[in-house]
Design a binder for this molecule. Structure first.
Ligand code: DGJ
Length: 725
């Protein structure tokens, strides 16, 4: 064994790699013989602004430290001088446990915007290709890493970050989202400190519990002001992220796929691709950050025909009928639905072979012979005849032990030799990475989509993965996610006119990767409007409203037992992709009329609600609001929700700082035809005028002093349109 000499440490001259977008800049210090050093990721610097000196020239060595300074790099590695969390953990059969980049090549894809860093470790015999693309308009950085095993033996990878990001030391808080079934996007606010902050998900899907992303804030950041950073891992499986304090006072933030043991085993020449990391920053607070994420997500959506058509109003049968779907009542419901303005009728669970409860039938994707002896054609024709599209529910990745499919192919379930199968909601997960299993599923769905004009699939996924072993005994979490993406893609290719909804017991699979294949998410199984205010608020930090499934549910709500009036239920659902999830046949005439009025209002507003910006905020007195409008703030719709009884004698005004100070606006309260909303307000002359022809108001006044709100009961909404004059 040769004794290495310290002279082999990197010493090549510095080259600065600078990426700019409209409002952000990223600077790396590249040396030909080591990984690029992070110099900056923050608000836009003027063109030509560069560090004055190489980083190490600015950092005298502290006492009792290594004699070679190792700052944060794009890919910090373990064992050769970096003591923080590394971007890579790997070994070869227990050996070769340390890595350090020995060569760095900078390959520009688009000058100033997109670059690939080819980073080779000649000793560990591997290469990391890190791709960074910064979008000018949205300030969103999309990054990913590909690891190639250049050695002639197997490389076992335990962890590979999609990217390591620097965060300035003045960041003090991280806002992430926890949750559970019927309570997604539960905001969790943690202080940053010298302790590592970490969130991990090993449930095999994006999960309700741990959203793969977070927002990091600097002191004083608010909804509309202050520097905030955000990142999201576009991935529908296991994931981990951590934020760690470093000794130069900054933090490093890593996000990546959490690999189960053995999932990162690379044969010679093999590669491991990380999911994409989507990261951005804004000097305009949480709302500025949300706008960046929304722009990026919109660019990913793959609409039938290339553009989004106005989001059709849904009727989803689930909470109206549950499993009890019979052609007669379903047709009656369709007729009643069409009469209130529904445009797409979605037949949820319960329609397929022997599916009468949740204990049987998943996998047997043909119409139940007792309910639909002649198939679904008659029902689809009835729905189409009423002018509505027809949509159908599937849960392709699942199988009930009590099903024809499982009886024929028990080996198709994910399983581990010698371990009992663990059911969840009485079901098992199919190993869809088996070509015969995915071919079977494709065949069944394709047959129905070919036979009938089905234009929409609600694609569900109702359990976490356990004993997720593949046929050869290896862990199958990662394979399962890739196989699901492939199945989505295959169906979309065969039926490009079909839209897909990503549902997973509500919001268990909401992420930027699944939304490359799908067009709507079912945000939550909780349709209680009060709970939904919070859930949708968290959701909107990352995702735009037009893909947010939002339904008017029953009163009382099935998942909470709470009762809210039709107006509040409808107003909370209104800004999303609106739907109705109740048995319209049983509504009294007044409620039916009111629902029809809300649907008509939605149709009038949807173009405005589903394009452009969303700003969110709250007053000190229990009012939570969101404002939808164009970037130039000329045409806006405010939805103000009173979620708690007022504790103030006079309702505080809503400040709208995004309005143009030198413009005048016509402000008008919007009410659907047939609404009973007036009863919830104590009126005053201004509000009468707002309800009538509207009131002209100064942008500067609304921005700073605010818009007065009527005094209202809890669980009511006020919708106001502001148009620049
Ligand atoms: C869970 C979904 O979130 C519900 O909307 C419904 O589709 C059921 N599954 C059906 O089993």
């Amino acid at each position: 064994m040769s004794v290495p000499l310290p002279v082999s440490l990197p010493s090549a001259p510095a080259e600065f790699v600078v990426l700019n977008s409209r409002r952000s800049t990223l600077v790396l210090e590249a040396h030909a013989d080591e990984a690029p050093l992070w110099r900056y990721w923050g608000p836009r610097l003027p063109d030509g602004a560069r560090p004055d000196a190489p980083l190490r020239d600015t950092r005298p060595l502290p006492s009792f430290m290594l004699d070679f300074d190792q700052p944060l790099t794009l890919v910090p590695t373990f064992g050769v001088g970096w003591f923080g969390q590394s971007a890579l953990l790997a070994h070869r059969d227990g050996l070769s446990f340390a890595q350090a980049i020995t060569a760095c090549e900078v390959e520009w894809i688009t000058p100033q915007r997109a670059v690939r860093l080819r980073l080779t470790d000649a000793v560990a015999q591997l290469r990391l290709d890190v791709t960074l693309a910064l979008d000018d308009a949205s300030d969103v950085l999309v990054a990913s890493t590909t690891l190639t095993n250049l050695g002639d033996g197997v490389l076992d990878v335990q962890w590979l970050a999609a990217l390591t990001l620097p965060l300035p030391g003045r960041c003090d808080t991280v806002r992430s989202y926890a949750g559970q079934h019927v309570h997604e996007f539960l905001l969790q606010t943690d202080p940053l400190s010298r302790s590592v902050w970490r969130r991990e998900n090993r449930r095999g899907r994006t999960s309700h519990d741990c959203f793969p992303g977070a927002v990091v804030t600097t002191p004083g950041a608010t909804d509309d002001a202050g520097l905030v950073y955000g990142a999201h891992l576009a991935w529908s499986g296991n994931h981990q992220q951590s934020i760690e304090w470093l000794h130069d006072g900054q933090y490093q933030w890593q996000l990546g796929e959490w690999l189960a043991p053995g999932e990162g085993r690379l044969a010679p020449g093999a590669t491991l691709h990380t999911p994409e990391l989507v990261a951005t920053l804004s000097n305009a607070g949480y709302n500025g950050l949300a706008a960046n994420f929304h722009t990026e997500l919109r660019s990913r959506l793959n609409w039938p025909g290339g553009t989004m058509k106005p989001r059709p109003v849904h009727l989803n049968t689930w909470e109206g009928f549950y499993f009890d779907v019979h052609p007669g009542p379903v047709k009656e419901l369709a007729t009643a639905a069409a009469a209130v303005g529904i445009e797409r009728f979605v037949l949820d669970d319960g329609w397929f072979h022997q599916r009468h409860h949740d204990r049987a039938a998943l996998g047997d994707w043909w119409p139940d012979e007792s309910k639909f002896p002649n198939g679904l054609g008659d029902l689809v024709a009835h729905v189409n005849g009423l002018g509505m599209e027809f949509g159908l529910w599937f849960e392709p990745e699942m199988v009930n032990p009590d099903s024809e499919l499982f009886r024929s192919h028990p080996d198709w379930a994910l399983q581990i030799d010698g371990r009992p199968l663990i059911t969840g909601r009485n079901q098992l997960v199919l190993d869809i990475s088996r070509p015969e299993a995915s071919d079977y599923l494709f065949g069944k769905l394709d047959a129905l989509l070919t036979e009938l004009p089905i234009r929409y699939i609600k694609w569900d996924h109702n359990r976490d993965l356990t004993t997720a072993g593949l046929a050869d005994g290896r862990a199958g979490y990662r394979a399962q996610v890739h196989a699901a993406y492939a199945l989505f893609a295959r169906l979309r290719a065969a039926h490009p006119e079909v839209e897909i909804e990503s549902c997973s017991g509500g919001g268990g699979r909401i992420d930027f990767a699944v939304l490359r294949h799908t067009h709507r998410v079912w945000t939550s199984d909780c349709i209680d409007a009060l709970s939904r205010v919070d859930i949708q608020r968290g959701y909107l930090q990352f995702f735009p409203p037009e893909v947010m499934g939002a339904h008017v549910g029953t009163a009382p709500a099935h998942t909470t037992g709470r009762t809210q009036g039709m107006a509040f239920r409808a107003a909370v659902a209104l800004p999303g992709h609106l739907g109705v999830e109740l048995d319209v046949r049983h509504l009294n005439q007044a409620d039916r009329n009111e629902l029809a009025g809300w649907i008509a209002l939605y149709k009038q507003l949807r173009e405005r609600l589903h394009h452009g910006r969303v700003w969110q905020g709250q007053t000190a007195d229990g009012v939570v609001w969101q404002l939808h409008g164009d970037e130039a703030a000329t045409d806006l719709t405010l939805l103000a929700y009173r979620i708690k009884p007022s504790t103030h004698r006079y309702t505080p005004a809503v400040r709208l700082p995004m309005l143009l100070a030198d413009a005048r606006y016509l402000v008008q309260e919007l009410q659907p035809a047939g609404a009973h909303g007036a009863a919830h307000h104590t009126s005053a002359p201004l509000f009468e005028q707002l309800r009538g022809a509207g009131v002209e108001m100064a942008g500067a006044w609304l921005a700073e002093a605010g818009l007065p709100l009527p005094r209202a009961l809890a669980e009511t909404a006020c919708i106001v349109q502001l148009r620049r004059l």
